[in-house]
Design a protein. Sequence first.
Length: 121
Amino acid sequence: MEQLREKLLDELKKAGVDVDGTVSRFMDNSEIYIKFLKRFPDEDRFTPVKEAAAEKDFDKLNQTAHKLKGVSANLGMTALSEAAHKIELKAKESSLDGIDGDMEAVEKLYNEVCRIIRENT
């Protein structure tokens, strides 16, 4: 169990996740952090963002991107949070300029983090 936990945390660090800072915010309890990480792939936060963008529903896009930004930030997934924030800002401006590139970036980061969590828990 300990090896699996360490492998998960190491893989997340390699992917740019701020594991140390986040574990610190979780009162240095990596088990609680891992408990929340395990939920992340099951609570599909990306599909609603993708659907809202396809529907050009800016209110929904703002809300779903905001949720993804917040959850990923709380879990130390800084790059994913920042990428989702770009989409959130565009939604607030009712703009889809460059959204395809932003969506690709979010999807890539999201899928990578989910893959790491699934393979190591």
